[in-house]
Design a protein around this ligand. Structure first.
Ligand code: ZN
Length: 668
């Protein structure tokens, strides 16, 4: 039990002891939200907010055996914020934006435990504030627990505010991923890069610490969420603090940058990704849940709470969550590709609806969400052709595949007529990320009086790094950088814009170990017998020289299988067979609804069977069949209004406060 100020009314205890009653304990406040650092008096305050930024207060109170909780009082700086009485009659004796929840709690808690919430609290006074919760039980015993949070002030008139914020998120993109993309796309000679990636040209660079609330190694949910609400989330959770209920959509919320600026300035929101739009990074800009996998509820919240976020543009994959699924089952897989289910949908509790002005939600597996978006005024683009011919609508929804979009390697080879992978997936006409980014900027900048927040994700840098499919994640990084170029050009034309390029975490411990010492033909000959694939192939130090790739008119390497190609090792690798040659087919993606059927079921199942006939086994350091994320700091590059704030080493949560300062107080 943490060293928090816990005060108990000893008088009642003494009285009970006197009358020989069995010793009873005061209530135990086992969780206080926002979380505080145990070393309250000395350590930095953990929870931080911008002035007026909304967040939920919550406490889990466990009574002693046989007792019940009769009252919970939240106070800030000694001033009561909410009083929740519970005389056991079940009638709510508290404001409608508060609640005392007794059912649907996680296991392991004392009986009659309550979770008390006060929703959408906000404080505008900069400085550290004391949060106290006092709980009283049916024995008349009370416990008070103390925590703290900080309101980070904004320095007004510090220069022109940024009207537009563009966050370019290369998922899993560490320094190695950037360097590898530069080597392939720009080339080196005599030790000098013969060109710069767009992200290399940004004038300010910093290093970001990426840990989540519960680990040095984060996943993408907190990896993004921390950037855009200033607080640490737990792995797998986005826009919320952890709690003790089983419901994945009732967790204590933290207002996102998109919601905060929309409420203050009427800012609009754009979300663009090459992943399934239910995925963590896109969702962690607009959706609040403790289960990043709950796709049906996640995509419903995009539309149902657009009045909170100002959502105008949503593009990526993930059509499977938008199509009605009358059967509410996914086995057998509905032929329309739907994976909507009530089991990962939600209905919000009243206090959340009232406190946040959030939509109730519904368990609606049969919902036609595309039709609902269109009824709400969104223009719908199912493929590249319709996207590019859509003009500049006011609102835009683009869904270009059932789940994650195909990667650049396969989209470009499809366009070149060199492969039919995209046809196998059923989506031959998918846009590239730079095309999606340009369209999103056009739509968001139309009638753009109040500014916008745009998040663009290069998602499969991470997904292909997990699969240790080198050629595919390098091309993902090149595709992502072409989208960065679009954002840079926009900011050059619209100077009241800040663009940051960063990652949520590093993925796979990728390292540029050197280059092949043999020609492509020789490599293929070796692969045919999978003999001698390392010692006489892997050139390190001098033997690496300068791998040279030719770039086609479409901006991508003519081939990645050049003679003396660049070679990558993985510090967080799982078992794999390495053949160094590009994989003709991508590895199966379990998110695809039809992955279990032909033709996709003939694709390599995972890295430890892929290339087993023509590669050599590289034993993994991590369990499982995919490389893991690492805790390594990631680079952040900044361009535009206030970019100079992004230098040095800082925490991912600090980015939120820098953006808040730039958007409201201004910056040079
Ligand atoms: Zn990942």
């Amino acid at each position: 039990m943490q060293r928090f100020a816990m005060f108990q009314s000893s008088v009642a205890l003494a009285v009970l002891a006197l009358c020989g009653a069995e010793a009873v304990a005061a209530p135990n406040i086992s969780r206080l939200t926002p979380p505080s650092n145990p070393a309250l008096a000395t350590a930095n305050t953990l929870a931080r907010f911008l002035p007026g930024q909304r967040f939920d207060l919550q406490a889990t109170v466990q009574p002693d055996a046989g007792a019940t909780i009769t009252q919970v009082v939240f106070a800030v700086d000694g001033n009561t914020v909410a009083t929740l009485n519970n005389d056991g009659t079940g009638t709510s004796q508290y404001a409608s934006n508060t609640s005392l929840v007794k059912t649907g709690l996680v296991s392991g808690l004392a009986s009659n435990t309550v979770v008390a919430s006060s929703r959408a609290y906000a404080n505008s006074a900069p400085g550290v504030h004391t949060l106290t919760v006092t709980a009283t039980d049916s024995n008349g015993l009370t416990t008070t627990r103390q925590g703290s949070f900080e309101v980070v002030g904004i320095t007004a008139n510090s220069g022109r505010p940024a009207k537009n914020i563009i966050i370019m998120l290369g998922d899993g993109m560490g320094a190695s991923h950037r360097t590898a993309a530069r080597i392939m796309a720009k080339g080196y000679a005599q030790g000098v890069a013969q060109g710069r990636l767009a992200m290399d040209t940004f004038p300010y660079t910093g290093l970001v610490m990426t840990a989540s609330l519960n680990s040095i190694v984060t996943d993408s949910a907190p990896g993004m969420s921390n950037y855009v609400n200033g607080n640490k989330a737990q792995n797998n959770q986005e826009g919320v603090f952890p709690d003790d209920t089983t419901d994945a959509f009732d967790n204590p919320r933290i207002e996102y940058l998109s919601e905060y600026l929309h409420r203050l300035k009427g800012t609009s929101l754009g979300i663009v990704t090459t992943a399934d739009v239910f995925d963590a990074t896109p969702a962690a800009n607009a959706v609040h849940t403790s289960a990043r996998g709950n796709g049906t509820g996640i995509v419903d919240q995009y539309l149902d709470d657009r009045n909170l976020t100002g959502l105008k543009v949503l593009m990526g994959g993930g059509r499977k969550w938008f199509l009605p699924n009358a059967s509410n089952k996914t086995s057998p897989q509905p032929i329309n590709g739907s994976q909507r289910r009530t089991s990962n949908d939600y209905v919000l509790p009243t206090d959340l609806q009232v406190g946040w002005g959030a939509a109730a939600g519904a368990l609606d597996n049969g919902r036609d969400l595309i039709a609902d978006f269109q009824s709400a005024g969104f223009t719908y683009a199912p493929d590249k052709t319709s996207l590019l011919s859509a003009g500049t609508p006011d609102l835009l929804l683009g869904l270009f595949s059932y789940s994650n979009m195909n990667v650049a390697f396969d989209k470009i080879n499809g366009r070149r007529g060199a492969s039919t992978i995209v046809n196998d997936y059923g989506f031959p006409d998918q846009p590239m990320l730079d095309e999606m980014t340009q369209k999103a900027l056009d739509v968001l900048n139309k009638n753009n009086s109040n500014g916008f927040v745009l998040m663009v994700e290069g998602a499969s840098i991470d997904k292909q790094a997990h699969l240790m499919d080198t050629d595919r994640w390098v091309l993902e990084t090149i595709e992502f950088d072409r989208a960065v170029q679009k954002a840079k050009e926009f900011a050059q034309a619209n100077p009241d814009t800040i663009v940051i390029v960063t990652a949520d975490h590093e993925c796979s411990g990728a390292a540029i170990i050197g280059a092949s010492m043999v020609t492509d033909a020789a490599l293929r000959a070796k692969a045919a017998t999978s003999a001698d694939m390392r010692d006489n192939v892997v050139g390190t130090y001098d033997s690496a020289k300068f791998p040279a790739y030719s770039i086609a008119a479409d901006g991508y390497p003519t081939t990645t299988d050049v003679n003396y190609k660049m070679l990558i090792g993985y510090g967080a690798n799982a078992d794999r067979y390495e053949a160094w040659i590009s994989n003709p087919k991508p590895t199966q993606d379990s998110q695809q609804p039809f992955v279990g059927a032909a033709p996709l079921n003939a694709y390599p199942a995972n890295p430890n069977v892929r290339n087993s006939s023509n590669g050599y086994l590289v034993t993994g350091q991590v369990p499982g069949d995919q490389a893991a994320h690492t805790a390594t700091d990631v680079p952040l590059s900044a361009f535009g209004r206030g970019a100079s704030l992004f230098t040095g080493v800082f925490d991912n949560t600090d980015v939120f406060f820098k953006l808040g300062q730039i958007a409201i107080g201004g910056a040079r």
